[in-house]
Design a protein around this ligand. Structure first.
Ligand code: BGC
Length: 756
C-alpha cells in the first residue's frame, strides 16, 4: 500500500514538474520572440560595478547599459535597497522590462561567516555543511542576492596553491559528498522561494591542478586521471541539480577551459546532461587572447560555440557576437540557447513573477547576523578544527591558573574570516583573546602579548594586504615584541601560541612556494619552547603547511584554519574542552614542499616503497621518507578510539550482491567524542593501474567514554568502479581489499573476492 501511495506521489510530482517546465518554456519563448539580437546578446552580459573585484577590468556605464538591455546580471553588490534600485532601472527603463539576476561570492557563509571551505570539509559532517550553506543562502537572499558563486569543488593535491583553501581538499569521493550537501543547502527544493538561491559549481574544470601550485597556471593530465580523480565533484553537483556552472581560467588539453568544447559540449552538456546556466570566470574569455588562441572576436565565438552562456565582466560577447553572427562564426540558435538558459534561471528564481522577491529590507534586519546564525557559526567552527598533536593530554586546558596567549593572530579580528569572505565584516568577528576571556571563567588569568609580526618582510606584507591590513607591522622592534612575550610566558602555567597565516596568504592569486611558518613567527615559537613551559600551538592556515619542527617540539597543535565570525569563541570552546575536537584533515600535510604533489590515493610504481628504510632503486627520496607528516583523514580527539578487526558478511561475492563490512569502534578514553570512521577500498589487479586505496565511504559517530558502536558499511559493485582506458566506468572481478580506520594510513584490512 505504502509503495502504491509513494508511486502515485512520484507520478504527481513528475507531472507537476512537467507542467512547470511547459509553462516556463511558453513564457520564455514568448518573451524571446519580442527580443532583438542585441537584447539577446545583452542578456549574456554579466557586469560588476566594482567592490570585490579580482581582475583589472571593472564594468563601465553600467546604468546606461542596463537601460539599453545590454546587461543580464550584476555581481559584487549587496543590500536589498541598493539592489532594488538597480533592479528598478532594468524593470522600469529597459524596453522589455527583463529583471536582472544578482550574484556574489557567497563562499563560506555570508555576513555570518563560517570556516573556510577546506576547514568545513574537515568536519566530515555533511548535515553540518549543508546547514552552513542553508544559512548562507538565507542571509544572502535577505541581502538582495539570488545567485552564489559556490560551491568551489576543485580537487587540489598541491598546498602551494592558495585556492586549496576554497575547496574540500584532495579526495573526489569526499568532494562529491560536499558538493551535493552545498547545492542542497543553497538551492533547497524550490528556487522560487525567497530564501533559496542558485548555486554555481566552479571552476570547471581541473583548476586545482595548476602546475607548481601557481594560480592560473597550465594544467595537463590524462583523461583517466581527469575522470577518476578531478571530475567527480563537479558531476556530483550536476547530479544534485546545481543551477549554474562557472568555467575556469586554466587550460585543459591545450585548450583554455573557457573555450573547451570537450569540457562543456561533450562532457558537461552531453554526458552529464547539464542544461542550466554556464558562466565564465572573471574576464576568462578575454584571457584566452593571452593564452594564444585568437583575438577577442575569435575567443568569444569559441566560448559560445562551446556552449558558454554568460560572459563575466569581459564583454567579449557584448562587443563581438553580433559581428560573428553576421560572419557565420556563430549561429542565431547558439545565441538563442544561451539567452534562453539565462532567462530560464531568472524564471526559476521567480524574478519574472516578482523582480523584488529578494529585496525585503525587513528580512535583512532580522535574518542577517542573527544570534541564531552566530550560534551556528560557533558550533560549526568548532567542528572544523583538527587536533594534530596532543602530547601528555596538555589539552583541554584547565579552567584555572595563568595562560599566556601569545602571537600575532591572537588579537586579530581582521584575520578571523579567511579568504573570500566578501559579505563578512571582519571587525564583527570574535578574536581569540576575546573568545578566551568569554569562555575561561573567573579562575583563569589570561595574559596576552603579540610576540611577533605575522611577517617582518614589508614587501611580502604589502602583497598579502591587497584587501586590507592583515599583516600590520608594529612600531616596536622584534626584540621588544619578543621580550614582552617572554615576560608574559614566564608568568604562565601554559603558553598558547596563536600563529600561522594571514587570511589572504591563501585564496586567489595567493600561491606560496614556502608553506612553513614565517621566520618572525618561527623565531618566536622557538623562544617560547625554550622556556620549558608547555606550549600549545593554535594554527591559522588556509592550506596544509610544513610543520616538522613544530610537530617535534611543541606539546599540542590545534589547527583552526580560518574559523569565521565566531572563530575566537569556538577556539576557546575547544581549548577548554567544551567541545572535543573531531576534525580530520582532507588534504595531506607534507614534510617538505619537495614532496608535493603528495596525496593518499597515489599509485604503486613498478618499484614500490612501503615506508620502510630507504632502498636503492626504489621509488623514494635520499633525504626523507615518502610518507607525509600527517596523512589524509588524520585528526586526534581528547579521547581515544579503538577499532576491532573488520567482520565481513561474506568473503566471496558475485554480481550485484552487497557486502556488509563492520567494525566495532570503542571510546577508550575519558571524554565523549566524535569520530569519522573511514572506508577505503583497493583493487590490487585491474586492466589499468589503480590507486593504493580510495575513500568510498565514511560515517561520523559519537561515543560516550567506554561506549562501543558497530559501524557497518554497505559495499556494492558501484564502489568498485573506475574508469578504464576506454573511459568506461566499470568494475572488474577479482580480489579487493576493504580497509576501515581512523585515517587513510591507520586502517584494519580484509580481503574479498568478487566475481562477475
Ligand atoms: C574567481 C571566481 C569568482 C569570480 C567573481 C574570480 O576571480 O576565480 O571564483 O567567483 O572572480 O568574483
Amino acid at each position: 500500500m505504502k509503495k502504491i501511495v509513494l508511486g502515485l506521489l512520484l507520478i504527481l510530482a513528475f507531472n507537476a514538474t512537467q507542467a512547470q517546465d511547459a509553462a516556463m518554456n511558453a513564457f520564455v519563448t514568448k518573451l524571446m520572440a519580442k527580443m532583438t539580437v542585441d537584447e539577446k546578446i545583452g542578456q549574456l552580459n554579466l557586469v560588476t560595478p566594482g567592490g570585490a573585484v579580482t581582475g583589472s577590468v571593472v564594468s563601465s556605464d553600467v546604468d546606461s547599459k542596463i537601460r539599453k538591455g545590454a546587461v543580464g546580471g550584476l555581481f559584487g553588490i549587496t543590500g536589498p535597497a541598493k539592489i532594488r534600485s538597480i533592479q528598478e532601472i532594468a524593470v522600469n527603463n529597459s524596453r522589455l522590462h527583463i529583471p536582472l539576476i544578482f550574484g556574489l561570492d557567497v563562499i563560506h557563509g555570508h555576513q555570518t561567516t563560517f570556516p573556510i571551505p577546506l576547514a568545513l570539509s574537515c568536519s566530515w559532517d555533511m548535515p553540518l555543511i549543508e546547514r552552513s550553506a542553508r544559512i548562507a543562502a538565507t542571509e544572502a537572499t535577505a541581502d538582495g542576492l539570488n545567485w552564489a558563486f559556490s560551491p568551489m569543488v576543485d580537487i587540489a593535491r598541491d598546498p602551494r596553491w592558495g585556492r586549496i583553501a576554497e575547496g574540500g581538499g584532495e579526495d573526489p569521493y569526499l568532494g562529491s559528498q560536499i558538493a551535493k550537501a552545498m547545492v542542497k543547502g543553497y538551492q533547497g527544493s524550490d528556487l522560487s522561494k525567497d530564501n533559496t538561491l542558485i548555486a554555481c559549481v566552479k571552476h570547471y574544470a581541473l583548476y586545482g591542478a595548476a602546475e607548481a601550485g601557481r594560480d592560473y597556471n597550465t594544467t595537463d593530465m590524462s583523461r583517466i586521471k581527469m575522470y577518476q580523480y578531478y571530475l567527480p565533484p563537479y558531476k556530483a553537483a550536476i547530479d544534485a541539480g546545481v543551477g549554474s556552472v562557472m568555467t575556469s581560467f586554466n587550460e585543459v588539453d591545450a585548450v583554455p577551459a573557457t573555450g573547451s568544447k570537450f569540457l562543456m559540449n561533450d562532457v558537461l552538456r552531453k554526458q552529464w546532461g547539464f542544461n542550466g546556466l554556464l558562466v565564465t570566470d572573471y574576464t576568462a574569455i578575454n584571457e584566452m587572447v593571452n593564452h594564444g588562441v585568437g583575438d577577442l572576436q575569435t575567443v568569444s565565438a569559441m566560448s559560445l560555440n562551446a556552449s558558454v552562456d554568460m560572459d563575466m565582466v569581459g564583454e567579449g560577447f557584448l562587443t563581438t557576437l553580433k559581428k560573428s553572427l553576421q560572419e557565420g562564426k556563430v549561429t542565431a540558435k547558439q545565441i538563442d540557447d544561451a539567452c534562453r538558459r539565462i532567462l530560464e534561471a531568472k524564471y526559476k528564481l521567480g524574478l519574472f513573477a516578482d523582480p523584488y522577491r529578494y529585496c525585503n529590507e525587513q528580512r535583512a534586519t532580522t535574518e542577517i547576523l542573527s544570534a541564531g546564525n552566530r550560534k551556528a557559526a560557533r558550533e560549526i567552527a568548532a567542528h572544523s578544527f583538527v587536533l594534530l598533536k596532543n602530547q601528555n593530554q596538555v589539552l583541554p586546558l584547565q579552567k584555572n591558573g595563568t595562560i599566556a596567549l601569545i602571537g600575532p593572530l591572537a588579537e586579530s579580528k581582521r584575520n578571523m574570516l579567511g579568504t573570500w569572505s566578501v559579505g563578512g565584516d571582519p571587525y564583527k568577528s570574535v578574536s581569540v583573546l576575546e573568545g578566551m576571556k568569554n569562555v575561561a571563567g573567573n579562575n583563569v588569568n589570561v595574559l596576552y602579548a603579540k610576540g611577533a609580526n605575522i611577517s617582518d618582510d614589508a614587501a611580502f606584507a604589502k602583497r598579502v594586504n591587497a584587501f586590507g591590513p592583515e599583516i600590520e607591522p608594529e612600531a616596536r622592534s622584534s626584540e621588544q615584541l619578543l621580550s614582552e612575550a617572554l615576560d608574559v610566558a614566564n608568568k604562565a602555567d601554559v603558553i598558547v601560541a596563536v600563529l600561522g597565516e594571514a587570511a589572504d596568504m591563501t585564496g586567489e592569486a595567493s600561491s606560496m612556494a614556502n608553506i612553513a611558518l614565517q621566520e618572525s613567527q618561527e623565531n618566536l615559537l622557538k623562544a617560547l619552547v625554550k622556556t620549558g613551559k608547555p606550549v600549545v600551538l593554535v594554527l591559522f592556515n588556509g592550506r596544509p603547511m610544513t610543520l616538522g619542527w613544530e610537530n617535534d617540539h611543541v606539546n599540542a597543535i590545534l589547527d583552526v584554519w580560518f574559523g569565521g565570525t565566531e572563530a575566537g569563541n569556538a577556539i576557546a570552546d575547544v581549548l577548554f574542552g567544551a567541545y572535543n575536537p573531531s576534525g580530520k584533515i582532507t588534504a595531506t600535510f607534507p614534510r617538505s614542499v619537495g614532496q608535493i604533489p603528495i596525496y593518499y590515493n597515489y599509485k604503486n610504481t613498478g618499484r614500490p616503497y612501503h615506508n620502510e628504510e630507504f632502498a636503492k632503486f626504489k621509488s623514494n627520496y635520499l633525504d626523507m621518507p615518502n610518507d607525509p607528516l600527517y596523512p589524509f583523514g588524520y585528526g586526534l580527539s581528547y579521547t581515544s578510539f579503538s577499532y576491532s578487526n573488520i567482520s565481513l558478511s561474506k568473503t566471496n561475492l558475485q554480481g550485484n550482491e552487497t557486502l556488509q563490512a563492520t567494525v566495532n569502534v570503542t571510546n577508550t578514553g575519558k571524554y565523549a567524542g566524535e569520530e569519522a570512521v573511514q572506508l577505503y577500498i583497493s583493487d590490487p589487479v585491474a586492466t589499468v593501474t589503480r590507486s593504493v586505496k580510495e575513500l568510498k565511504g565514511f560515517q561520523k559517530i559519537s561515543l560516550q567514554p567506554g561506549e562501543s558502536k558497530a559501524v557497518t558499511f554497505i559495499i556494492t559493485p558501484e564502489e568498485l568502479k573506475f574508469y578504464n582506458t576506454a573511459l568506461a566506468y566499470v568494475w572488474e572481478p577479482g580480489e579487493f581489499i576493504v580497509h576501515i580506520g581512523t585515517n587513510s594510513s591507520d586502517v584494519k584490512s580484509a580481503s574479498i573476492n568478487w566475481k562477475k
